[in-house]
Design a protein around this ligand. Structure first.
Ligand SMILES: CCCCC/C=C/C(=O)SCCNC(=O)CCNC(=O)[C@H](O)C(C)(C)COP(=O)(O)OP(=O)(O)OC[C@H]1O[C@@H](n2cnc3c(N)ncnc32)[C@H](O)[C@@H]1OP(=O)(O)O
Length: 358
């Protein structure tokens, strides 16, 4: 499939978040592909021989000759993807339960065939910042390629996750709030897409309350184990928002339209027991034995033949993938509008000025 304009913009965002300098040669290639994709063949006068930097840039761009804009865009997206995946796979060290220091907001470990991705902003109730969205995508991409057989997502501290960090919307770029909404919609679509495409069994270990997007994406997990302390809350109407994470499609399918309406439109908070009765949660455990029981079970599952598990997941999920990507695109574009609405702006301001909590 050809890279779309949105894929291209998303790749541009990812370049800004690279942790390691990719080196001059790669930077020149990125520059040249960017110019070719946006302006076409090199149209700049050749810089003088002593203008080293501009000459190197000109050479790189000019070397692309008449490469079509679409091909340059695709090559740019592919190059960025190879940079991000090599950066993330170099963070997954083999061996015993070693912490991955390179992530600021996650702790990623790999042991006994299980890669564990743990949200790690306990003082913010594991709210997902813009950087954390990118880190989760990188960690999932690395986990999809590492030696583990299953991947587990969990939270550090008393919360599983309090959803989108509401302060994300205070970081307004030079293009203004419209540009911010556009960038956020692209990031949201990429983030949810990473869950839709995740190839191995993906399990949520919900250690405490879950809010917003951390709840909606559970419909894309293969199993959800919850402590009896966990709650499941999607207060979208209270925030002037609308559902994401494909929940507008997965929740009515999982629990029926009436129960999905109570959660997604009226913001009803479910206990773990209720979420289990409605099919969102696989099993609930008493908090006192939760970690022990769940990890014993997951260790046993991780010893099952990996290829068989992967293929079974494909058989179960692949028929739905195209539909899920379409739902994801639609939800992200509806939210792009919602973020600019008075209802949403007022609710966010009320939270940030400490006038309101959920
Ligand atoms: C770009 C893609 C967007 C995708 C769309 C996603 C949508 C969603 O996820 S909607 C859901 C958004 N989440 C919320 O609305 C939750 C807001 N938080 C709360 O209502 C409460 O903090 C709480 C119920 C989650 C916990 O209350 P409490 O136990 O009383 O703890 P504190 O409020 O004192 O929290 C400690 C500290 O953490 C900050 N914080 C918690 N959650 C968030 C959050 N989601 N965003 C930003 N900040 C959060 C909270 O403000 C406290 O900060 P300090 O007062 O500075 O200590």
């Amino acid at each position: 499939m050809r890279a779309s304009q949105e894929d291209f913009e998303s790749a541009m965002n990812q370049v800004k978040l690279l942790k390691k300098d990719p080196g001059n040669e790669v930077k020149l290639r990125l520059y040249a592909l960017y110019k070719q994709a946006t302006e076409g063949p090199c149209n700049m006068p050749k810089p003088g021989v002593f203008d080293f930097i501009n000459k190197a840039k000109w050479d790189a761009w000019n070397a692309l000759g008449s490469l079509p804009k679409e091909t340059a865009r695709q090559n740019y997206v592919d190059l960025v993807s190879s940079l991000t995946s090599s950066e993330s796979s170099s963070q997954v060290k083999p061996g015993a339960d070693r912490e991955q220091q390179e992530y600021e907001n996650l702790v990623v470990t790999s042991e006994d065939g299980i890669t564990k991705i743990m949200f790690n902003r306990p003082t913010r109730k594991n709210a997902i910042s813009t950087q954390m969205y990118q880190e989760i995508m990188l960690a999932l991409k690395a986990a999809s390629k590492d030696d583990s057989t299953i991947t587990v997502v969990t939270g550090n501290g008393d919360y599983y996750c309090s959803g989108n960090d509401l302060a994300n919307f205070t970081d307004i770029p030079p293009g203004g709030v419209e540009e911010k909404a556009k960038q956020s919609a692209i990031m949201l679509r990429d983030f949810v897409g990473t869950f839709i495409d995740f190839p191995k069994p993906l399990i949520a270990v919900v250690n405490g309350p879950a809010v917003g997007i951390s709840v909606t994406i559970l419909g894309l997990f293969d199993a959800v184990y919850a402590s009896d302390r966990a709650t499941f809350h999607t207060p979208f109407s209270h925030l002037g928002l609308s559902p994401e994470g494909c929940a507008s499609y997965t929740f009515p399918k999982i629990m029926g339209p009436a129960k999905a309406t109570e959660m997604l439109i009226f913001g009803k908070k479910l206990t773990a027991g209720e979420a289990c009765a409605q099919g969102l949660v696989t099993e609930v455990f008493p908090d006192s034995t939760f970690q022990k029981e769940v990890w014993t079970r997951l260790k046993a599952y991780s010893k099952l033949p990996p290829n068989s598990m992967r293929i079974s997941k494909q058989v179960i999920r692949n028929m739905e993938k195209e539909k899920l990507h379409a739902v994801n695109a639609e939800e992200s574009s509806v939210l792009q509008e919602r973020w600019l609405s008075d209802e949403c702006i007022n609710a966010t301001m009320n939270f940030l000025s400490k006038k309101a909590k959920l």
